[in-house]
Ligand binder design. Structure first.
Ligand SMILES: Cc1cc2nc3c(=O)[nH]c(=O)nc-3n(C[C@H](O)[C@H](O)[C@H](O)COP(=O)(O)OP(=O)(O)OC[C@H]3O[C@@H](n4cnc5c(N)ncnc54)[C@H](O)[C@@H]3O)c2cc1C
Length: 95
């Protein structure tokens, strides 16, 4: 290949992509070279997997909270169906 370019960017992680994009936007011809994975570490090992784990942990907390609410709701229902009538029947008798 015998072609001239203005800019060669080594590494196409977020940094390289930004530089390549800015250079191209300025009208320069750009070649990006990546030895491993386009996108760098962010989508494969860093930002994205970390966010997925954190979001998963958040959802686990929400599920625990919902579980607690369901248990409380079940206890309240039991109270309404069994204990409350015995308490209010006395009141009704006095009225
Ligand atoms: C656990 C973790 C979580 C993160 N979470 C976030 C987040 O939520 N938000 C955020 O903004 N940032 C986050 N980051 C930081 C983010 O991943 C980095 O700031 C970003 O990836 C850096 O980009 P970079 O292009 O400088 O380097 P890199 O992503 O490392 O990319 C460099 C690229 O250059 C290539 N390369 C290296 N040498 C050569 C060579 N000689 N020839 C050709 N290619 C080469 C490599 O293969 C690689 O693909 C996190 C980092 C980690 C570790």
């Amino acid at each position: 290949m015998d072609e001239q370019v203005d800019v060669i960017v080594l590494g196409m992680g977020p940094g390289g992509e930004e530089v390549a994009g800015q250079a191209a936007a300025a009208g320069l011809s750009v070649v990006g070279i990546e030895e491993r994975l386009l996108g760098g570490e962010c989508p494969y090992f860093a930002c994205v997997p970390t966010k997925m784990m954190v979001r998963g942990a958040d959802l686990g907390n929400v599920a625990d909270a919902l579980d607690g609410i369901m248990n409380a709701n079940a206890q309240l229902t039991t109270f309404h169906q069994t204990r409350l009538p015995t308490l209010t029947s006395g009141e009704a008798g006095r009225a």
